[in-house]
Design a protein around this ligand. Structure first.
Ligand code: MYA
Length: 434
């Protein structure tokens, strides 16, 4: 398996459900699994020539309770931040990518479409849409200088990319200004040449220039040191297609028609007052969400501007629904998911897997299980093939009952220049990165 997996694209290999149990199709004792588990367990002992030089929790400090929680290094005066970009190998040059330019957005889209994250078996690759990329990279207060590309000098072809966006993230009771780093990608032909560390140092420098000293990011690979490790779960909406493309398999003693029946959903949501979120709901949703997220150890500190950007529905990008009490007109519950298709590599019939990813969900009156079942119903109506969710926040409370099956990929969450004394449980994490 490639060592660059970020786990989800279609990482499941979950068995379709037998009526009684969630069973993993891939035999847990297969040689491949044993070898991978061994390698994973060894990764804490691996050398990380780059990461060992960075202000991140180091494996050797795991469990050392004498180390305080918080920033690892203090900020340096801005005048001491390196003013010029890091050196690239001579054939390459830096470029700042303007996603508002249709041409540049297409270049970024194509680089990622052909070179970004694949699942363990290289069957699926994330296919972020252009609208999604613009949304993900243009939140309130974004810095264009944090959308960084590398071009070949000769033909100006875009060969690598990394981005940051600003965010306020609360860790326990501290609100910390951070960069959320995402979309690190090096063209397949330029792998293993230590380009990634240069990209990471350059984005760090540009973040520092804005007087921000911490960052949050996720990866499918184990690096020093995860603040938590989450698992993806997958709920089949279109089981026949998922089986046909090898995303999932027919469970033991299951026929296709029994499987289709198992995953069948009602035609419309069950909760009275369940409707799409609108602009006028931003204040109520912000209150609901802020109150809900306050229970987690690490979570975004969303204000109304953030909620308008991140949660107001945008076609083919993000969907949000809420429950407005038919009697009091109070907004009592909220659920959302984002649209992230994956390319299906090498299938004759299908080229795209349409996946919805659970985003932020809040229940105060409607049971979370019922709310998420309604989310599944609207996702099915919108023709998604699968609904994915991490085991973060309170998601564990509905995953099994709503017939999600565990995926085989893991997603590790990291903070840069911020030490956590102990790893968190996924349920203590209130942050979803795209
Ligand atoms: S996660 C998504 C990452 N992208 C992909 O998986 C797409 C497909 N893969 C690729 O494009 C390449 O394989 C990448 C590595 C670009 C990933 N995060 O250049 P190399 C370390 C961090 O020879 P390549 C996302 O976008 C690796 O351990 N480090 O390797 C969040 C080794 O270091 P060390 C990673 O395979 C990104 C070094 O790079 C990752 O050609 C968050 C090898 O470099 C990874 N996913 O390229 C970035 N993969 O020797 C960190 C490998 O020490 C942000 N490596 O083990 C940090 C905060 C910065 C801002 C701070 C502000 C204050």
């Amino acid at each position: 398996m490639g060592d660059n997996n970020n786990s989800p694209p279609g990482s499941p290999k979950e068995a379709d459900h037998d009526s009684d149990a969630n069973q993993i199709v891939k035999d847990d004792s297969s040689l491949e699994t044993i070898v991978r588990k061994f390698q994973d367990s060894m990764s804490v002992g691996k050398r990380h020539a780059f990461w060992e030089t960075q202000p991140v929790g180091q494996f050797k400090d795991l469990g050392d309770v004498s180390l305080a929680e918080g920033p690892i290094e203090p900020p340096t005066p801005l005048s001491e931040v390196k003013q010029e970009p890091y050196n690239l190998p001579t054939q390459y040059e830096w470029t700042t990518c303007d996603l508002d330019s249709e041409d540049t957005c297409t270049e970024v889209y194509n680089l990622l479409k052909n070179n970004y994250v694949e699942d363990d078996e290289n069957m699926f690759r994330f296919n972020y849409s252009k609208e999604f990329l613009r949304w993900a990279l243009h939140p309130p207060g974004y810095f264009r200088s944090w959308h960084i590309g590398v071009r070949a000098k000769t033909n100006k072809k875009l060969v690598a990319f990394i981005t940051g966006v600003p965010a306020r993230i609360r860790v326990r009771d501290e609100i910390v200004k951070m960069a959320e780093i995402n979309f690190l990608c090096v063209h397949k032909k330029l792998r293993s040449k230590r380009l990634a560390p240069v990209m990471i140092k350059e984005v760090t420098r540009r973040v520092h220039l804005e007087n921000i000293w911490q960052a949050a990011y996720t990866a499918g690979v184990v690096l020093p040191t995860p603040i938590t490790t989450c698992q993806y779960w997958h709920r089949s909406l279109n089981p026949k297609k998922l089986i046909d493309v090898g995303f999932s398999r027919l469970g033991a003693r299951m026929t296709m028609s029994r499987t289709i029946k198992l995953y069948k959903l009602p035609d419309s949501p069950a909760t009275p007052g369940f409707r799409k979120m609108e602009l006028r709901d931003v204040p109520a949703v912000t209150r609901l969400l802020r109150n809900y997220l306050s229970q987690f150890v690490v979570a975004p500190d969303f204000d109304e501007n953030d909620v308008e950007h991140w949660l107001l529905p945008e076609e083919n990008v993000v969907d949000s629904y809420l429950v407005e009490s038919p009697e009091t007109h109070e907004v009592t519950d909220f659920c959302s998911f984002y649209t992230l298709p994956s390319s299906i590599l090498g299938n004759q019939t299908y080229s795209i897997l349409k996946a919805a990813y659970s985003y932020y969900n809040v229940s105060t009156k409607t049971p979370l299980l019922q709310l998420m079942n309604d989310a599944l119903i609207v996702a099915k109506k919108k023709d998604f093939d699968v609904f994915n969710a991490l085991d973060v926040m309170q998601n564990e409370s509905f995953l099994k009952e709503l017939k999600f099956g565990p995926g085989d990929g893991q997603l590790h969450y990291y903070l840069y220049n911020y030490r956590m004394r102990n790893a968190l449980k996924p349920s203590e994490l209130g942050l979803v990165l795209l």
